[in-house]
Design a protein around this ligand. Structure first.
Ligand code: ATP
Length: 311
């Protein structure tokens, strides 16, 4: 179970059955017992993790074996760098994250972490190397402390309160937690406190900081956030992604501007790549179009409104 700590919203088939944001631990276990048809190799080599370089090498993938979902996807994320995926709904952004987490195997090409094909190593180790922050974070019906500590080895036992606090500070959620009636011991979930989307995402970020993975996958929230929340989220994201290899489904201006590389996806293909300035400097680019459309659609402009929801 430890391998599946990430209540990801791209658990797809297994996860979409859960509509609620809060679920019971037992339900979670039941869910994870569903067979996943990805098998470890007979004699897997251990994953030798260095700094988490990620390579997609001519990857093609189809869910049904008929319609191609991804075609010939190649890119490298150097250790510690950040790559942002943008593109319309259905263009394949989440599928790229799912393949990296090895929910499915690629049909052509390969995915490598620190030069090792992820099919050759135990999937548990691949998942342990990756921290995931989904768009809709699932919190357990338990204390805030438990929910942050859960990031560590999927188990709160043996996690020191100091570390929970340090991670919460880094995720800019500590002060908010202290404002709850029982602080870190406050219950959240159906029978406890209700957290906002931004707060839940910051709990997930604290969880990930505590887990301390070499690689981070993030599905940014699409919902508009108020300026204060946006600033908190950006600060906690910076803390989480600094020095970690990061793959983000990006919806926010602040994120794409700071990404080392942006991949523009359309119909399962990378149609453009480059930094924000590089892509924007070409008036013929799709990115440029998306950008202009966004500026036109938005009255508020550059204060962190979600962008690229062009699907
Ligand atoms: P969005 O921005 O809406 O999340 P996306 O760019 O992340 O979209 P994906 O979720 O990767 O897109 O989907 C790519 C394509 O694969 C879509 O046509 C989608 O319908 C299809 N797809 C996604 N998940 C599955 C699945 N579990 N089984 C079959 N087809 C799927």
């Amino acid at each position: 179970i430890a391998q599946l700590y990430g209540p990801l919203n791209w658990f797809g088939t297994y996860y979409r059955v859960i509509q609620k944001n809060f679920i019971d631990m037992e339900k979670m276990f039941e869910l994870f017992e569903e067979p996943i048809d990805i098998k470890d190799p007979t004699n897997p080599r251990p994953l030798c993790l260095d700094r988490g370089k990620i390579e997609f090498d001519k990857v093609s993938f189809s869910y049904d074996g008929v319609r191609p979902t991804l075609s010939n996807i190649s890119f490298t994320i150097p250790p510690g760098a950040t790559v942002a995926l943008v593109g319309p709904s259905g263009s394949g952004k989440s599928t790229i994250l799912r393949l990296l987490f090895r929910f499915y195997d690629v049909q052509m090409g390969s995915i490598r972490i620190d030069d090792q094909d992820i099919r050759d190593v135990p999937q548990r180790e691949v998942r342990k190397a990756i921290g995931v922050v989904p768009q809709d974070t699932v919190l357990f019906n338990d204390t805030i402390r438990y929910n942050v500590a859960y990031g560590k080895a999927g188990d709160e036992r043996g996690v020191f309160m100091d570390d929970v606090i340090r991670a919460s500070l880094a995720a800019q959620i500590h002060d908010r937690i202290l404002s709850f009636p029982d602080g870190y011991e406050s219950k959240v979930g159906e029978r406890g406190l209700r957290l906002s989307g931004g707060e839940k995402q910051r709990v997930a970020i604290a969880r990930t900081i505590l887990k301390d993975p070499a690689i981070v996958c993030l599905d940014e929230a699409t919902s508009a956030l108020d300026t204060h929340t946006e600033r908190n989220i950006q600060a906690s994201l910076r803390e989480m992604t600094a020095d970690r290899t990061t793959l983000i489904i990006a919806h926010r201006l602040s994120t794409v501007i700071h990404a080392d590389m942006i991949l523009v996806l359309k119909d399962g293909q990378i149609i453009e790549r480059g930094t924000h300035n590089e892509l924007l400097s070409n008036p013929e680019s799709t990115y440029h179009d998306m950008w202009m459309k966004q500026l036109k659609d938005e009255s508020s402009g550059v204060n962190g409104e979600p962008i690229f929801d062009t699907g």
